[in-house]
Design a protein around this ligand. Structure first.
Ligand SMILES: [Zn+2]
Length: 714
């Protein structure tokens, strides 16, 4: 009785807001002007109601029918849901008809769609229809979800778009080389390319000299043919290649930079000159890294779109509440003063370690409100939802809901998702999310998009809290133990904790190797069970990680003559590594995939140091370990030389290795070893770095790093 009363109160509350009950019968039909939208509606309505819902045309609609009707004049991507003489009417234009169908299924029919054939659809034969007009906060909405591949319905369900919807030939970012190929122009016209560090840098990763009038002519010619060949899309991006500090500093460009107070000055003047020639098209460009600050004088023309990127910001709070975000806010405010056509590119996960807790859901929402309030029109939330990554399903669900309406209440969205996706485990998963968020806030962590879980081993992932997370997940697994679907989802959500535990364990000299091996076995079996594809943006394989873990981290190497020996640096490492450098090279712990822990690095220079073995020893093998993380300008060294000495003054060459250039973008390690025979107390290690990023690298012409860890002497 009590329950009935509650329902009655809810129903009357709904009806008082203009909602109307509609009953479906076996006579109910679909009158659709859009074949695909009609078929989707029919499929799920017939499943939910048990009625056939034939799709017809040309007939007059009656009570209990559903009309799908094309209308013009609504704002881009918007749709309307209403009632007409007892028929439900779904109205929109183009793809927004499908949005209307999905929204009706979700809101009125109570359906949730997770993609790849997974959905929840309650049985019901009547609905309470809430008439509404839905208008998105951002006219272009873009994010990622691993189930989007090959599932067009999911992109309609989440109302997501792709760059190819907007941009000619998918030219949407980092387009310099596509529009002015260095392979074609680089050799004959180095003056088309950026000048700095005393020379021009023609190359596939280089920027242009934006002051060169010939570049403008060639690019306009290319654009003209591209627009002619692709008349349906009116937008194209002329945007800097990836990489920082690579902009042109020739006298002409430097003068403009000086006048405009930012390297965005010459870029925007160039873009405006192009936009003037194509008044009915839209020219997009990046405000990213060196160009993130708006120019002081030049304003973008109305048909210029600014793709503004907040890549360097911290994610533990919304932008206004941490220093990096505050700096970005000045750029957002600056651009929004001169441009009402901003495409905001936000970053919302750990790209170096997808399987690493990244408690930024509240931050995503708070930032999106800020973007909307600063007049941002298009939005890309780059979260690289990869299967097995941190909250890989919840994150794109929230992002897509919030891109439509940033004011949507986060707590209800999280709760709805968890109840539907994790069943009885929902309260536990929510508890985990909020405990982790609280720990991050309470410990004042610095949440950056390129980091390692090891960085948090004394804060939000410290042992006491970690035990608590594990207890929560034990309870979550127990709550759904008899439901294989929910259990699998809960176990997938647990992977980042398992990965973090392994990562933290390998940095602990007192780790319990037996317990770690058990944890590794379990992690590996789950990785295989769920088919987790990659660990990071560089697509390192989780299975290879497990294999590597066994050989590299599980057991401290035995018999290393250099273990615990003091190191004297002839070339001192940069200040930030000085303390770590006292122990890292001989502590028996191998560095991980990020340079943020256990590695000692030098930038743009060679390095030399000496290890004192304490007494004379027979030496037959010397080796060192190097990191390759090309995306972070960490290249393998050019050469390594080992020499030995009995007295510490007179050194003899033990052996040397010259390394071939390695362009492999995946993160990796290089063991550089030499065998020989000598009696020695002192070992000198001399490393020749590559020093300057080569032409193919997006740091072209700027300094690069090498990072070294464990020295092994046998
Ligand atoms: Zn220049």
């Amino acid at each position: 009785m009590k329950r009935f009363l509650c329902l009655a109160i809810l129903l009357s509350a709904a009806l008082s807001l203009g909602a109307q009950p509609v009953n479906f019968t076996k006579k109910s039909r679909i009158l659709s002007e859009d074949k695909a939208a009609g078929e989707v509606l029919q499929k799920y309505l017939s499943e939910a109601t048990g009625f056939a819902f034939p799709i017809i045309s040309g007939a007059k609609a009656g009570a209990g029918d559903i009309i799908i009707r094309s209308v013009e004049g609504l704002p881009e991507d918007s749709f309307k849901i209403g009632l007409e003489r007892g028929s439900i009417v779904l109205e929109g234009e183009g793809k927004s008809l499908m949005y209307a169908v999905c929204d009706f299924l979700e809101q009125e029919m109570g359906m949730d769609y997770w993609g790849a054939g997974e959905y929840v659809l309650p049985k019901r034969q009547s609905v309470v229809l809430r008439p509404r007009t839905e208008i998105p906060a951002f006219r272009h909405r873009q994010t990622s979800h691993y189930n989007l591949w090959g599932d067009p319905l999911l992109s309609y369900w989440l109302r997501l778009e792709t760059p190819s919807d907007l941009f000619v030939k998918n030219l949407w970012v980092h387009t310099c080389n596509a529009l002015l190929p260095a392979s074609r122009y680089g050799k004959e016209h180095p003056e088309y390319y950026a000048f700095y560090n005393g020379q021009r840098h023609p190359g596939s990763a280089s920027q242009w000299c934006m002051s060169n009038p010939e570049v403008l002519e060639i690019v306009c010619g290319t654009l003209d043919s591209l627009f002619r060949a692709h008349p349906k899309q009116k937008m194209i991006s002329i945007s800097q290649n990836d990489g920082s500090d690579t902009y042109c500093r020739c006298p002409e460009c430097s003068a403009v930079i000086e006048e405009e107070g930012s390297p965005s000055g010459p870029i925007l003047r160039f873009i405006n000159a192009v936009a003037e020639r194509f008044p009915d098209k839209e020219i997009s460009t990046l405000a990213y890294l060196f160009s993130v600050k708006e120019p002081a004088k030049t304003k973008p023309l109305p048909n210029v779109s600014i793709m503004l990127c907040d890549i360097d910001c911290r994610r533990q709070t919304a932008l206004p509440y941490n220093p990096s975000g505050q700096e970005f806010m000045t750029h957002l405010e600056g651009w929004s003063r001169i441009c009402d056509n901003i495409f905001l590119w936000d970053y919302g996960t750990n790209f170096d370690n997808y399987l690493s807790p990244f408690p930024n859901l509240q931050t995503i929402k708070d930032n999106m409100v800020i973007f909307r309030d600063h007049g941002v029109k298009m939005h890309f939330s780059q979260i690289n939802s990869s299967l097995g990554s941190d909250m890989a399903e919840l994150r794109p669900y929230l992002v897509s809901k919030l891109m439509w309406n940033p004011d949507a209440p986060l707590d209800s969205l999280e709760r709805h998702f968890c109840e539907s996706y994790y069943g009885a485990a929902a309260p536990h998963i929510l508890k985990y999310i909020h405990t982790l968020e609280g720990a991050s806030m309470g410990c004042d962590v610095d949440l950056f998009i390129y980091d390692s879980p090891v960085s948090f081993k004394e804060t939000m992932l410290r042992p006491t809290i970690f035990r608590h997370y594990n207890n929560i997940f034990d309870e979550a697994e127990a709550a759904v133990a008899d439901d294989s679907l929910f259990l699998a989802r809960v176990r997938r959500a647990r992977l980042p904790l398992q990965f973090s535990a392994l990562e933290i364990a390998r940095t602990d000299p007192n780790r319990d190797s037996e317990a770690v091996e058990k944890a590794l076995d379990l992690f590996e079996s789950r990785i295989k069970e769920f088919n987790v594809p990659s660990l990071n943006e560089r697509r390192n394989s989780p299975l290879e990680y497990c294999q590597l873990y066994r050989t590299r981290y599980l057991h401290t190497p035995k018999g290393n003559l250099a273990a615990g020996c003091p190191v004297t640096f002839i070339t001192p490492p940069p200040a930030r590594y000085a303390k770590l450098a006292q122990t890292a090279l001989t502590d028996g712990l191998y560095g991980g995939a990020g340079y943020v822990e256990n590695w000692i690095g030098w930038e743009g220079e060679d390095a030399e140091f000496v290890i004192d073995l304490g007494s004379e020893k027979t030496v037959e093998h010397i080796g060192a370990d190097f990191l390759r993380q090309i995306g972070a300008r960490v290249l393998e060294p050019a050469a390594v030389e080992y020499s030995v000495s009995r007295d510490g003054n007179n050194f003899e060459l033990f052996g040397s290795v010259r390394l071939p250039e390695n362009r492999d973008m995946s993160i990796g390690f290089k063991d550089v070893s030499v065998d020989g025979k000598a009696i020695a107390r002192y070992i000198k290690v001399k490393i020749e770095g590559v020093k300057i990023c080569p032409e193919w690298h997006f740091g072209v012409g700027n300094k690069c790093w090498f990072f070294i860890d464990e020295i092994c002497v046998y």
